[in-house]
Write a protein that binds this ligand. Structure first.
Ligand code: HEC
Length: 164
């Protein structure tokens, strides 16, 4: 009898703190779902197509991320001429002309965006911040999708200017 009551009490205790429990449970469910279904399927889909053809980013959403975090250095058109870039030597990547850099795969560029870049060039340190603690994975893919759009638009514009 005493034991039964103990269990009931414990149950009541468990029920009386539902909020944190429910949130944790919901998070677990999401993780579990991702793990068993969507996530794996997505991973398979990612493997099936080359990373440089389609990326899981939305350029329209990326435009907002870029306008908030990236244009200071990379410039509104991605030409490496943002206001902050003046103080960085050498200047940040010009996405529209730096063919060698932009021939990297999306996976490689995504890694650069996530981890950041630190390089020592002739005694001067240059760096791009690591974005993985600031932006979600989706936001980083979105930003990259927008960078690819800027690259494409910029190249077209460069070609037109050269033809004139
Ligand atoms: C503080 C200035 C700064 C900011 C802000 C910044 N970057 Fe960069 N980024 C750089 C510099 C500098 C480089 C070039 C590094 C080099 O030459 O190795 C670079 C390089 C890159 C590259 C090329 C990476 C590679 O592997 O060659 C990409 C893509 C990129 N940035 C995207 C972004 C995105 C997206 C954002 C916003 C979320 C962002 N950057 C914000 C400074 C910045």
């Amino acid at each position: 009898m005493e034991e039964k009551q103990d269990i009931r009490q414990r149950r009541r205790l468990a029920v009386s703190r539902p909020k944190a429990g429910a949130a944790a449970l919901a998070a677990l469910c999401v993780l579990a779902l991702w793990g068993c279904s969507g996530g794996e399927k997505k991973a398979q889909a990612d493997k099936a197509r080359p990373a440089s053809v389609t990326i899981p980013g939305d350029p329209e959403a990326g435009r907002r991320v870029y306008g908030q975090y990236c244009h200071y250095c990379h410039g509104t058109e991605g030409r490496g001429d943002g206001p902050v870039s003046i103080g960085i030597s050498p200047h940040p990547a010009d996405f529209t002309t730096d063919a060698k850099r932009m021939s990297k795969t999306d996976a490689e560029l995504f890694k650069s965006i996530s981890e950041g870049i630190k390089r020592q060039i002739g005694g001067e340190a240059m760096f791009m911040p690591s974005w993985k603690d600031i932006l979600t994975e989706q936001e980083r893919w979105d930003a990259l999708a927008y960078v690819r759009l800027l690259e494409k638009k910029g190249k077209e514009k460069n070609a037109k200017a050269a033809a004139r």
